[in-house]
Design a protein around this ligand. Structure first.
Ligand SMILES: NC(=O)c1ccc[n+]([C@@H]2O[C@H](COP(=O)([O-])OP(=O)(O)OC[C@H]3O[C@@H](n4cnc5c(N)ncnc54)[C@H](O)[C@@H]3O)[C@@H](O)[C@H]2O)c1
Length: 309
């Protein structure tokens, strides 16, 4: 375990993330930060009171400031507003850019060696804001989207095939939006190519449902967006880092020439270990997948250009 993991934003994703981190004992201490007076304190205390029952020794505390966060090894940024029905992730752009900027300035001062896991939307742009403002190297600013999108894809496939989710291997790349790129050529069930197990039309429908997976939940909830699977995804990334697992997970990473692109965050296969982003893997893509990834990059660049820092 590490000494301290901070989660900024004690809303649905942030609070659930803190709880999962504590239950997995990934850190000695979890600090929950939010601007809402009393909310992080109340949720932190409530979670800590579950420790004797769940049997974890991770101390969870909540605060409205950053003093308690000093020296965090990992900071998960979930602060910001979430989508309501009819809103796209890009509708959150300017409000969340201001929030992520303010959070990043604080973290730069209090935890200059931290590894940041960005969750706030629009994800790829907010990851850039965090990197720009902190000045951290790309190894230490990683966006969470691909793990969630891939989990959604895998859960839909497991359901359709009536097989264990554990046996579905897949990878969703690209930006965290409607242009995301589920890689059919890298989707398999215990090594069996998915195309041998499912007709194309059914697979296309699942790919489509994956692209709209976030909106499907927003439509049900009406007052907010998904948080159980998103927090599970963020914590899987934390765990890969804390335990130096060298896991290969799709994450939003700052590209410096990989896949022929530079100067933006985009979902690509990443190796996560104790140093953070330890490697970006460049895999062979079909012409269609390559074109889809390029389109997805355009959809990230456009809102990025609209943000003034
Ligand atoms: N990357 C992904 O895959 C993914 C998945 C789900 C949600 N999200 C995004 O995560 C964010 C959080 O979602 P949520 O459902 O937890 O929302 P939420 O509204 O439940 O919680 C957000 C919290 O951020 C807090 N906050 C606002 N400004 C702050 C600041 N300056 N400092 C500290 N805290 C601040 C709010 O008070 C609130 O408690 C949203 O932007 C959402 O779109 C991303």
């Amino acid at each position: 375990m590490v000494n301290k993991i901070t989660v900024v934003g004690a809303g649905n994703v942030g609070a659930t993330t803190a709880q999962r981190v504590a239950e997995k004992e990934l850190a000695r201490q979890v600090v929950l930060v939010d601007i809402m007076e009393g909310v992080p304190q109340g949720k932190g205390l409530d979670q800590w009171e579950s420790a004797p029952i769940e049997g974890f020794d991770t101390r969870v505390i909540g605060t409205n400031g950053y003093d308690e966060t000093v020296g965090s090894e990992i900071v998960v940024i979930t602060a910001g507003i979430a989508r309501k029905p009819g809103m796209s992730r890009d509708d959150l752009l300017n409000t969340n850019a201001g929030i992520v900027k303010q959070v990043s300035e604080n973290i730069r001062g209090t935890s200059p060696d931290a590894i940041l896991i960005v969750v706030s939307n629009p994800l790829d742009v907010m990851s850039w804001v965090a990197k720009q403002v902190t000045g951290f190297p790309r190894e230490r600013v990683i966006g969470m989207a691909g793990v969630l999108d891939t989990a959604r894809y895998r859960s839909f496939l497991a359901e359709a095939l009536d097989v264990s989710v554990r046996d579905i291997q897949a990878m969703v790349l690209g930006g965290h939006g409607d242009t995301m790129v589920p890689l059919i050529s890298y989707t398999s069930v215990s090594g069996i190519p998915i195309t041998q197990l499912m007709p194309k039309e059914r697979l296309d429908a699942i790919v489509d449902r994956t692209r709209n997976g976030g909106a499907e939940i927003v439509k049900f909830l009406k007052t907010g967006s998904a948080y159980y699977a998103p927090s599970a995804a963020a914590v899987q990334m934390c765990e890969a880092i804390v335990r130096d697992q060298k896991r290969i997970l799709p994450c939003a990473a700052w590209l410096e020439g990989e896949y022929g692109m530079s100067g933006l965050f985009l979902g690509v296969p990443c190796k996560l270990g104790r140093k953070g982003l330890e490697k970006i893997l460049e895999v062979t893509l079909t012409d269609d997948e390559r074109a889809a990834l390029a389109r997805s990059a355009d959809a990230v660049r456009e809102p990025m250009a609209a943000v003034k820092l």
